[in-house]
Write a protein that binds this ligand. Structure first.
Ligand SMILES: Nc1nc2c(ncn2[C@@H]2O[C@H](COP(=O)(O)OP(=O)(O)O)[C@@H](O)[C@H]2O)c(=O)[nH]1
Ligand SMILES: [Mg+2]
Length: 356
């Protein structure tokens, strides 16, 4: 039968198109089945703590290909029941403050205590400079080689929101892969500290001692967000400055009202390079977890964060949907020109565009 069909198709040129379509349909079904199989295998491997599978999964999350996006969503859904079992720590500080060095020393400290540590990054500047804050993996040589650590350079993206979403999804995957501590690093460009703050349990500000003007040039709100201020490079000639900086920051912290978490942030000194003061940082975080678990703030904060991210995601999708519409693109340009020519107000123009 099959043979007859084949030969008939070969004689009839007009039928070759349907044969082609059949082949395509079969290929489609196969590839769909393969994708489903792949997703299942990938999830199983992630749950078995296979970091190669974890890397592949994060790459899928970062992809813009529609079929990858679908697969990524299935993946996240499958991993979600296994998530939520980690401590998420945000670390921020200006370039050169010693974030990479700190994460290396801190990460090694944690793995030596039997913890599994994942390091992710939010780097809003990376889409511009094509660089990445975790690109300098050389500073984390020991941690990179540690089988209980996983380091993922920052996701690239067009917007902070896009990068943030990918990072949040990566957190879920890392948790499913059994990581106990997730560190999110950021350089604090633009709104990135606020973004990281909205996805972590504990927010750590890394600072340098200067010439007594530590508090100058510090972004508003950042001290309020910090659960700990750690002054790095408190070694050698800088130690004295660091001690003075500690006093200045402690005073500044006292100006803020008590936090909803009932936690009182502390200022400590450390030398990431010489592994000094690192255990004190971990002890502080452990205390924080104990206090906020006891008073339920830990859970409540995560729930608030989830609600925040739901709204954020809807807003982002609505706005990208809107701005990507060809008619809106055209009309927006026109309205911008009209604003320039003083022929309309921003509000009237917005009304007009939203009603299109
Ligand atoms: N003296 C001293 N130098 C440090 C310390 N931590 C980092 N550094 C140095 O500061 C420079 C910048 O560190 P890095 O970790 O790359 O900073 P990042 O840009 O914040 O990631 C490097 O040359 C480090 O060796 C420290 O605790 N003490
Ligand atoms: Mg670095």
């Amino acid at each position: 039968m099959a043979k007859e069909k084949t030969s008939a198709l070969h004689k009839n040129k007009g039928a070759s198109q349907s044969e082609d379509m059949n082949a395509r349909a079969i290929k489609n079904i196969r590839s769909k089945r393969n994708t489903q199989l792949n997703t299942k295998t990938l999830v199983a491997s992630i749950l078995k703590r296979d970091t190669v599978a974890l890397s592949r999964a994060i790459t899928l999350i970062e992809s813009k290909h529609p079929s990858h996006i679908k697969q990524a969503n299935t993946l996240i859904e499958a991993c979600l029941p296994y998530a939520n079992q980690s401590i998420r720590i945000g670390i921020t500080g200006v370039p050169g403050v010693g974030k990479s060095t700190f994460i290396e020393t801190f990460g090694k400290h944690l793995t030596s205590k039997g913890k599994r540590v994942a390091v992710l990054a939010i780097d809003p500047s990376s889409s511009l400079s094509k660089g990445s804050i975790l690109g300098d993996k050389t500073r984390m040589e020991a941690l990179v080689k540690d089988e209980h650590a996983f380091i993922r350079p920052s996701a690239s993206g067009d917007s902070l929101g896009g990068v943030a979403r990918k990072t949040r999804e990566s957190i879920i995957l890392c948790e499913a892969a059994g990581f106990d501590v997730i560190i999110i690093e950021t350089v604090g460009v633009g709104q990135s500290e606020t973004t990281v703050h909205s996805m972590v349990d504990f927010f750590l500000l890394l600072k340098l001692a200067g010439a007594g003007d530590e508090l100058q040039g510090i972004k508003r709100g950042i001290i309020e967000m910090a659960d700990a201020i750690v002054i790095n490079k408190a070694d050698g000639d800088i130690l004295k400055h660091a001690q003075l900086a500690k006093i200045a920051f402690s005073k500044a912290l006292h100006l803020y009202p008590k936090k909803a978490s009932q936690w009182t942030p502390k200022v400590t000194l450390c030398s990431a390079l010489h592994n000094e003061g690192i255990d004190a940082v971990w002890n502080q975080i452990s205390d924080y977890i104990a206090i906020t678990s006891e008073n339920n703030y830990f859970k409540e904060k995560r729930q608030e964060q989830n609600k925040f991210w739901l709204i954020q995601t809807i807003e982002a999708q609505l706005s990208s949907h809107f701005f990507n519409r060809p008619d809106i693109k055209k009309e927006l340009q026109k309205q911008l020109e009209r604003i320039e020519a003083n022929k309309t107000t921003p509000f009237a123009a917005a009304d007009y565009l939203l009603n299109l």
